[in-house]
Design a protein around this ligand. Structure first.
Ligand SMILES: NC(=O)c1ccc[n+]([C@@H]2O[C@H](COP(=O)([O-])OP(=O)(O)OC[C@H]3O[C@@H](n4cnc5c(N)ncnc54)[C@H](O)[C@@H]3O)[C@@H](O)[C@H]2O)c1
Length: 250
């Protein structure tokens, strides 16, 4: 599970070019992993990897479109020579500019695109990285508390994140014997670039209903992901943890 070149276990973080993925990649590097920044946007992905290296961490950028099977296969081929993969954080998603329509007004193309990236993507990446994964191994799927709350005017996004939750449970049952844990993290509405365009009414809904009455920041999430990647989380699998200041409780 350790990369022969760096001596560090490899963790692949998808969509790590910016936002929550970038924060998780930085934390994983600080925790001592060699991080593969697997990202659609080349500029953002290479910048994240370069900044991690400048800070003394081990990181490399690999171009990835989680919706494209050939691209996911190419990721596995790129990662394989670096030795076994210890961790996978399935974070990439279309999360920005997707809301605003009631479910009956969402068109089929938008629905299919969201499903291809957000629901099929995590499955496809796990499918192709699984042959490389070590025992123990860790998979963390990034869902959303919108799927737990049932946020309106986001039906295709919510359905895709509900699929991520269900996939997490199925994978956890199938991978337990292999020493691989699979958990989902459901963030709340977090202050990142992607949510700058979220309507004020949704920000107000969160502001009024969090148990911890302050905005959520990326740093509020990375500690849990760090724990879920850590060896110490070995007996925790198939779970969905909402990190949202208590906006949802279940
Ligand atoms: N920010 C929030 O409030 C919030 C809340 C709940 C869940 N989430 C989830 O957290 C994750 C990160 O969200 P974010 O807010 O940082 O959004 P973001 O848009 O800033 O980040 C998503 C990243 O994924 C990349 N990406 C998009 N499509 C891709 C593809 N096909 N292949 C590879 N990479 C792709 C983007 O380029 C981007 O870097 C997502 O799964 C999102 O659904 C975010």
């Amino acid at each position: 599970m350790t990369d022969p070149a760096t001596g560090r276990p490899t963790v692949v973080v998808t969509g790590a070019g910016r936002g929550l993925g970038e924060a998780m990649a930085r934390r994983a590097a600080a925790d001592g992993y060699r991080v593969v920044v697997a990202e659609l946007n080349e500029e953002w992905g290479s910048r994240t990897a370069a900044e991690i290296r400048e800070a003394g961490g081990a990181a490399e950028f690999v171009a990835l479109d989680v919706a494209d099977p050939a691209s996911v296969e190419a990721l596995a081929a790129r990662v394989a020579p670096g030795g076994p993969v210890y961790g996978l954080v399935n974070n990439a998603a279309l999360a920005n500019g997707v809301g605003g329509r009631e479910f009956q007004d969402i068109d089929v193309e938008a629905w299919d695109r969201l499903m291809a990236v957000n629901a099929r993507g995590p499955w496809l990446v796990a499918k192709h990285l699984l042959p490389l994964m070590s025992d123990p191994g860790r998979i963390v799927n990034i869902a959303s508390d919108a799927a737990l709350y049932g946020s309106p005017r986001l039906a295709h996004y919510i359905a895709s994140k509900g699929a991520v939750v269900a996939l997490t449970r199925a994978m956890a049952r199938e991978l337990g014997e292999r020493g691989i844990t699979v958990n989902a993290v459901a963030p709340g509405l977090t202050e990142v670039e992607a949510t700058e365009t979220v309507p004020a009414e949704r920000h107000a809904l969160y502001a009024a209903n969090r148990a911890i009455p302050r905005p959520q920041r990326p740093d509020d999430l990375v500690g849990l992901v760090s724990f879920l990647l850590d060896e110490e989380s070995r007996y925790l699998t198939g779970q969905v943890v909402a990190v949202n200041g208590g906006f949802t409780m279940h």
